[in-house]
Design a protein around this ligand. Structure first.
Ligand code: IVH
Length: 705
C-alpha cells in the first residue's frame, strides 16, 4: 500500500464472499494490514491484494447487508475516512529538483535568469527538513483538515493525528481561512524517546526520525507518546497575501502563530547573488549538526512573486525553487571513550566509542578517528561533544570536538606506548602505526578462531598447539596451516608422530567445509556465524562475495549501510589470505546455492545437490513461518528456512511457495489456504530440518501432511 495511491475499489468485477465467516476473516485481514501500514512497521499486504479484498468486502456488504460489521473498512474508504489518499489538494503539492554542488547551482540560477529575461530579484535560503510534507487547512482560524502529500494531487487525511503537532496550532491568532504547507518531523530527542517507548510497548524501533514521523502521523491510535513538530515553508490563499515576497508571506504565517522554517534557528537569509547563496548554504551546513532535527539540504527559492509567476512550474517541480542537497550528514555526540584497536595486519587505530546518534539515517555508536597524528592534531578528548560525519556509505568519522563545550578537566588523549595486544613495540614511521610483529601480532587469537568448532572445526588444533606453531614461526595466517606436514609438526614440543598425523588429516579434512564456515573463521568484523551463512547463501561463492559492491552487500537481510561498508573494507583486507586459502584448495562455495550471477538465468541444479527448499529452477522457495515451530525460536525458524535453502518472508502472497503453520498461527494460515499456497505443519518442518541436519537429503514434498 503505497502512500500515494488512491484505492482502486473495482467493485464491479469483484466476487462476493459466499460465507459470513470468509467475509469476517477478510475484514480482519484488511484491518491487520491497515494497522501495520499506519504503524509504518511491516508492509503486510501489497496494494493489489488490499484493493481486491476491499472490493470483495464492498460487494459482499451490498449483497448481504445483514453481515456488515460496524466500522467496516469498506465503509470507511467509501465515506472518505482517510485510509489511503482521498483528500484532494487545492493545488498540486509539487516536489523539488536537486543540485549537489556549486556548479549545478550556478547552472540552475543561470537557467532561471534566462527564463525570466533578467537576474532573479533575490533568493531565500531555508533548511530542507527530512520529514513528511503536509497541507493544513484553516477555516476562520480553526484547523479543519490536514492531509499528507500523497501523490501530489491527493493525500491521506491525517487531521486527527495532527491535533497535537508542535508548531501547528489548532487555532490561528486571527480568524483567517488559509492553507499552510510544510513539513512534519520528529526532533532527535523526541525520536530517541519515541523509540524507547515503542520498544517498551513491544514494538520494533523506528529506523530513523523520518520513518518515525511518517509512522506516527499515520498511526490512528498509539499506546505511547510520540511528539511531532511542524515548520511551514509555503502558504496558499493567504488573504491579502497577493504580491507578497516569500519572506513576507512566511512572516505573515508566523504572525498567525504557525512555526516556519524562517523562524527556526537557521532563519531564512535573503541573497541576491549565487555567491551569497553559497555562503548561506555553507552556513546552514555548518549549523546542521546542532539543530536537533534532521535536514538533508537547503531549499533556495526565488523571493519575488512576479519572478515565481514568470518562471512557473513543470508537472513535477517549480522552476523558481531548487534543493541543494548536503553531501554528508554531520551530527554531534558525546565521546564516551577512545579504544585502541589492532587490526589483523597489526595496524593500530584509535576508534571513538560514542553515545548512540542518528547520522545520515543510521544509528552510529562508533566512528574512526583515523590515526594518532590526526587525533592529536584535532585534540579530541574523552567526554568531548564531537562532530560525527557520515557521507554515503563511508564508515562514520569524527571530524573534531566542540571546544566551547569541553569540560575544564578534560585530559588530552595519551597514545599507547606499546602494542595493546601483544605488548610489543610500535612502528611509528608511517602515519598508520603498526605493531612491529605485523600479522604475527594477534595471530594466536585469529588462528584459534579459524580452527574453532563453529568455524573450520579442526580437531587437535587448540590454543597450545597454535601458540607453539606461531612461536616457531611456522604459521602466521590460516592458510599457512595447510602447508604443514607430519615431519614439521612432529618436531613441535608435546606432539608425537601419531598426533601429528591425525592433525594433518584433520586440517586436510577441513578443506571441504562450506564457504560460510571459512567466512566465520576469518572473523570478518560485524559478522558472526549466522551473518556469515547469510552472506554465503546470498552470494554463493567467495569470488562473487569479494566482487560485491557495498550496495550489493546491502541486498542481504540485516545488512545496513554501516555494516555493508565494514564488511566490504574487511574483505578487501582479507583478500590476500583468501587467495592463499584458495590456492591451497579450500572450498570457497556454499553447497546448494545457485551462483549469484547465474541466478537470474537460473539453470537447473543437478538433482541430489539441491537443498530441500530450493526449487527446480535453482531459486529459493519463498517460505513464511507462522506460529511456533517445536524447539525453535521465531528467529531460529527463519534461520532454518534459510539453512534448508529457502528465503524466509513475513507475509503470504501468491508468490509464496510454502507456509509453515505452527501453534498460534493467525490469519497467514487462512490466507495461504485462500490463495492455494501449500501448507506444512510445523512438526513436519522440524522433522525435515532434523533429517537435513543429520545429513540426509530430504525433499519437502515427502514431509507434507
Ligand atoms: S518547498 C513547491 N521547502 O522537500 C515547493 N520543501 O523534495 C514545494 N521539503 O515534498 C516544496 N523542506 O516535503 C520546500 N523548506 C522546504 C522544505 C521542503 C523540506 C520537502 C517537501 C517536498 C520535498 C521535495
Amino acid at each position: 500500500m503505497s502512500e500515494a495511491v488512491s484505492p482502486v475499489v473495482d467493485a464491479a468485477h469483484a466476487e462476493p464472499f459466499t460465507g459470513e465467516g470468509d467475509y469476517r476473516a477478510a475484514v480482519e485481514r484488511i484491518r491487520e494490514a491497515a494497522s501495520a501500514y499506519y504503524e509504518g512497521t511491516d508492509l503486510a499486504m501489497d496494494d493489489a491484494t488490499y484493493d481486491a479484498l476491499i472490493a470483495r468486502v464492498t460487494v459482499t456488504e451490498s449483497a448481504q447487508p445483514g453481515w456488515a460489521v460496524a466500522d467496516s473498512p469498506a465503509q470507511v474508504v467509501a465515506a472518505g475516512g482517510g485510509v489511503v489518499g482521498d483528500v484532494e489538494h487545492s493545488t498540486p503539492m509539487l516536489s523539488l529538483a536537486n543540485v549537489f554542488d556549486a556548479d549545478e547551482l550556478r547552472a540552475w540560477a543561470a537557467r532561471l535568469d534566462r527564463v525570466l529575461g533578467h537576474p532573479a530579484r533575490g533568493y531565500t535560503v531555508e533548511p530542507k527538513i527530512d520529514g513528511m510534507a503536509i497541507a493544513a487547512r484553516y477555516v476562520d482560524g480553526a484547523l479543519v483538515q490536514v492531509a499528507t502529500r500523497g501523490d501530489g494531487r491527493a493525500g491521506e487525511d491525517v487531521t486527527a493525528q495532527s491535533r497535537a503537532v508542535a508548531g501547528l496550532p489548532g487555532a490561528l491568532a486571527r480568524p483567517v481561512t488559509v492553507e499552510v504547507r510544510g513539513e512534519v518531523f520528529m526532533t532527535d530527542d523526541d525520536f530517541a524517546r519515541a523509540n524507547e517507548l515503542r520498544t517498551a510497548h513491544g514494538g520494533q524501533p523506528f529506523a530513523n526520525p523520518r520513518n518515525a514521523a511518517a509512522g506516527t502521523l499515520r498511526a490512528q491510535d498509539r499506546a505511547y507518546e510520540a511528539p511531532l513538530s511542524f515548520l511551514a515553508y509555503a502558504v496558499h490563499d493567504l488573504p491579502g497575501g497577493e504580491g507578497l515576497t516569500h519572506a513576507g508571506a512566511m512572516a505573515a504565517v508566523a504572525e498567525l502563530g504557525v512555526a516556519t522554517t524562517a523562524g527556526s534557528p537557521t532563519g531564512m537569509p535573503l541573497c541576491s547573488t549565487v555567491d551569497e547563496l553559497l555562503t548561506a548554504i555553507a552556513a546552514l551546513g555548518a549549523a546542521r549538526g546542532g539543530l536537533g532535527f534532521a535536514i538533508d539540504g537547503a531549499v533556495i527559492k526565488a523571493d519575488d512573486p512576479a519572478d515565481r509567476d514568470a518562471a512557473g512550474s513543470s508537472s513535477r517541480a517549480p522552476r523558481w525553487a531548487i534543493a541543494h542537497k548536503f553531501p554528508a550528514d554531520t551530527r554531534t555526540s558525546k565521546l564516551l571513550t577512545i579504544e585502541v584497536q589492532v587490526g589483523r595486519t597489526g595496524v593500530i587505530t584509535p576508534v571513538a566509542v560514542l553515545e548512540p546518534v542518528q547520522v545520515g539515517g543510521v544509528v552510529v555508536t562508533s566512528a574512526t578517528l583515523h590515526n594518532f597524528d590526526d587525533l592529536v592534531r584535532r585534540d579530541v578528548r574523552v567526554g568531548d561533544t564531537v562532530f560525527v560525519r557520515r557521507a554515503g556509505e563511508v564508515i562514520p568519522e569524527i571530524t573534531g570536538a566542540k571546544l566551547d563545550e569541553r569540560a575544564d578537566d578534560a585530559e588530552p588523549f595519551t597514545p599507547p606506548a606499546v602494542c595493546p595486544r601483544c605488548g610489543g613495540d610500535i612502528d611509528r614511521s608511517q602515519k598508520r602505526w603498526r605493531c612491529v610483529q605485523g600479522r604475527a601480532c594477534g595471530a594466536v587469537e585469529s588462528l584459534a578462531y579459524f580452527t574453532a568448532r563453529d568455524s573450520m572445526d579442526i580437531e587437535g588444533l587448540g590454543d597450545k598447539v597454535i601458540r607453539a606453531l606461531v612461536a616457531a614461526d611456522l604459521v602466521t595466517d590460516p592458510a599457512d596451516l595447510y602447508d604443514l606436514d607430519v615431519e614439521t609438526l612432529e618436531k613441535l614440543e608435546r606432539l608425537g608422530r601419531t598426533s601429528a598425523t591425525k592433525l594433518v588429516a584433520a586440517i586436510d579434512g577441513s578443506r571441504t567445509q562450506p564457504m560460510s564456515r571459512v567466512l566465520t573463521g576469518l572473523g570478518v568484523r560485524m559478522t558472526g556465524r549466522s551473518m556469515s551463512r547469510r552472506l554465503a547463501r546470498h552470494f554463493g561463492t567467495m569470488e562473487v562475495l569479494l566482487a560485491a559492491t557495498v550496495e550489493q552487500l546491502q541486498e542481504v537481510e540485516a545488512v545496513g549501510p554501516e555494516r555493508a561498508a565494514t564488511i566490504h573494507a574487511e574483505l578487501v583486507e582479507l583478500s590476500p589470505v583468501i587467495a592463499k586459502l584458495t590456492e591451497r584448495g579450500i572450498n570457497m562455495a556454499e553447497p546448494g546455492v545457485t551462483p549469484y550471477e547465474e541466478r537470474a538465468a537460473a539453470t537447473e541444479a543437478p538433482a541430489g545437490e539441491r537443498l530441500p527448499l530450493v526449487k527446480e529452477d535453482g531459486k529459493p522457495m519463498s517460505v513464511v513461518v507462522t506460529g511456533s515451530v517445536p524447539g525453535l525460536t521465531r528467529n531460529e525458524g527463519n534461520e532454518a528456512v534459510e539453512r534448508l535453502g529457502g528465503k524466509s518472508s513475513g507475509s503470504v502472497s501468491k508468490r509464496t511457495d510454502l507456509v509453515v503453520v505452527g501453534e498460534g498461527a493467525g490469519s497467514k494460515a487462512a490466507k495461504a489456504e485462500e490463495l492455494g499456497v501449500p501448507v506444512m505443519p510445523s512438526d513436519r518442518f522440524a522433522a525435515l530440518l532434523a533429517a537435513h541436519d543429520a545429513g540426509d537429503q530430504p525433499s519437502w514434498p515427502d514431509f507434507q501432511g
